[in-house]
Design a protein around this ligand. Structure first.
Ligand SMILES: [Cu+2]
Length: 101
């Protein structure tokens, strides 16, 4: 009986320790607008606001790689979007993208 209680307590401690980390890892989405899509190259050009974690302190228009080519089918040129980007193997890559309302 005591062992079960200890295991249960351990699970509670673990889940409590893991959950806040997940919340912190989620970075806020960046606002942008699609100006060009190159499906064959797996690239998208976005006009976007500052992305502090990528040392972009001002907005700009630039080309990003996309993590999954299917992302390029979810949006079209002119769409306002919200996205997240990160350095993946040294290349700045869109990891999430969704249409903004
Ligand atoms: Cu940029």
């Amino acid at each position: 009986m005591r062992k079960i209680a200890l295991v249960a307590a351990g699970i509670l401690v673990l889940s409590g320790a893991v959950l806040p980390k997940v919340a912190v890892a989620q970075s806020p989405m960046v606002n942008g607008q699609v100006t060009k899509i190159d499906e064959s190259a797996g690239k998208i050009t976005l006009k976007h606001g500052p992305i502090k974690k990528l040392d972009m302190n001002e907005g700009m228009t630039m080309v990003f790689r996309v993590q999954d080519p299917a992302m390029l089918k979810q949006v079209k040129v002119g769409d306002k979007v919200r996205f997240d980007a990160d350095r993946v193997n040294g290349q700045i890559t869109v990891t999430k993208i969704e249409k903004a309302n």
